[in-house]
Design a protein around this ligand. Structure first.
Ligand code: MN3
Length: 202
């Protein structure tokens, strides 16, 4: 039972002008596809082949570097596409908004903390909004294709939103200007999708 790359939930040009069509096509069709293919190769004939993607990530210390890089890569990108959308942007509402205000003081402060987590992550990695085991929200970042589900993560929890800060996520449109990408991405965040993940995680 091999993992498969799902189609994007919107057209590859749907996030223009914030995320360009060519970046989306290469990012999803080549980078994410490679994580899926290499994960399948890495788990072939191992006990991980019978596990869900979440179970593999939660027990990642038991597996090879190839499983860590590609199992993380598949999980992270699957989540990433699902929390973006052409009708995104704005601010969350309801219980998620209340939890953000309680933890960070305001949505603006959450945005600043996510942008700081992304800009200060040296090299490649991710910035995350997570729900910790005690139900509290937190911002964290991980290197490479690690994520907060992994038992090796410095700060662990269930990610409900993540921003890919690998150069492949932004270089065509933003070149070396990672902060500009980290500003633009907030125009295409699907906060309803994040709120749904919050309800499931807390
Ligand atoms: Mn990526």
């Amino acid at each position: 039972m091999a993992f498969e790359l799902e189609a994007l939930p919107y057209a590859s040009d749907a996030l223009e002008p914030h995320i360009d069509k060519e970046t989306m096509e290469i990012h999803h069709g080549r980078h994410h596809q490679a994580y899926v293919d290499n994960l399948n190769k890495a788990i072939e004939d191992t006990d991980a082949a019978a596990l869900s993607l979440e179970e593999i990530n939660k027990n990642i210390s038991k597996y090879s570097a190839a499983v860590r890089n590609n199992g993380g890569g598949h999980f992270n990108h699957k989540l990433f596409w699902s929390v973006l959308g052409p009708n995104g942007g704005g601010e969350p509402s309801g219980e998620l908004a209340e939890a953000i205000n309680k933890t960070f003081g305001s949505f603006a402060e959450l945005k600043t903390q996510l942008q700081t987590a992304g800009t200060t992550r040296f090299g490649s990695g991710w910035a995350w909004l997570i729900v910790k085991a005690d139900g509290q929200l937190a911002v964290t970042s991980t290197p490479n294709q690690d994520n907060p589900l992994m038992d090796v993560a410095e700060v662990q929890g269930t990610p409900i939103f993540g921003v890919d800060v690998w150069e492949h996520a932004y270089y065509l449109r933003y070149q070396n200007k990672r902060p500009a990408y980290l500003e633009a991405i907030f125009n295409v965040v699907d906060w309803d999708a994040v709120a749904k993940r919050y309800q499931e995680a807390k």
